[in-house]
Design a binder for this molecule. Structure first.
Ligand SMILES: Nc1ncnc2c1ncn2[C@@H]1O[C@H](COP(=O)(O)OP(=O)(O)OP(=O)(O)O)[C@@H](O)[C@H]1O
Ligand SMILES: [Mg+2]
Length: 229
């Protein structure tokens, strides 16, 4: 396994709002992620887990600090950021972030628009079918997401995050809406990205999820409180 850091966040700060409404969500956080490892991100509600994942995944701008992706500084140009966001990273949003009026398959196909070379229709169908089958939704390919259950929606979001075979998977409480048997299956799928050398960062309140990862990072009030493993 290579020891190069695939993500290197140095002393990052993220502040929301201004004046009296200011929230310092991250207050100087340094994190490195290596290829082929699974890292659990823990901490109480509001400690900054989602903010850290969004910062690493280029979904928000840093107030201070620096971020290197794959050994290079994170790009600043909009188009390069969008490309990396959708191809280098797979992101499972805490609120799923799906398009309700579209089918499960159409939602999962969204990141493929950013794949280079861009796959044709047949290949898109094959990739999205494989990803949805992997999360147990083969029978729901054509179903509108607005008509799926919460747990099914969560699994569509996971399939969408995996469809591009991204280098880094950022999963924000990806099993919160699932029963424990399904959660176990999905965790196995997510941890399986390590087999192809990809990295998993997973925010969780579930001790079993944390225990299954290679190491843990504990956040408290926007700072790293402890790391293990
Ligand atoms: N877009 C935003 N605008 C203003 N404040 C925000 C925004 N996003 C997050 N915050 C604030 O930043 C802090 C960290 O939020 P964050 O969502 O990162 O927490 P979290 O650890 O993911 O919590 P949870 O376990 O509940 O998901 C909180 O105080 C939150 O209210
Ligand atoms: Mg969160």
């Amino acid at each position: 396994m290579s020891t190069t850091n695939i993500v290197e966040a140095s002393d990052i700060e993220v502040t929301f709002g201004t004046g009296r409404a200011v929230v310092r969500a991250l207050r100087g956080v340094s994190v490195t992620l290596r290829p082929g490892e699974a890292v659990a991100l823990r901490g109480p509600s509001g400690c900054g887990k989602s903010t850290l994942m969004r910062a690493i995944g280029l979904r928000l701008s840093l107030t201070a600090g620096s971020l290197a992706i794959g050994g290079s500084p994170a790009p600043t140009a909009r188009s390069s950021r969008a490309r990396l966001r959708n191809s280098f990273f797979g992101y499972v949003e805490q609120e799923f972030g799906l398009i309700g009026r579209l089918s499960a398959q159409a939602n999962v196909a969204v990141p493929l628009e950013y794949a280079r070379p861009r796959p044709g229709a047949a290949q898109r169908r094959e990739c999205t079918t494989r990803a949805l089958t992997q999360v147990g939704l083969h029978a729901h390919l054509g179903d509108r997401v607005s008509e799926l259950s919460g747990g099914e929606r969560q699994r569509v979001a996971i399939a969408r995050a995996l469809v591009n075979e991204p280098t880094v998977v950022l999963a924000d409480e990806p099993t919160g809406a699932l029963d424990s048997a399904t959660a176990g299956d999905i965790l196995t799928v997510l941890l399986g990205v390590r087999d192809r050398g990809a990295t998993l960062l997973i925010a969780t309140h579930d001790e079993r999820v944390a225990a299954a990862c290679d190491r843990t990072i504990d956040l408290l009030d926007g700072r790293i409180q402890a790391t293990s493993g």
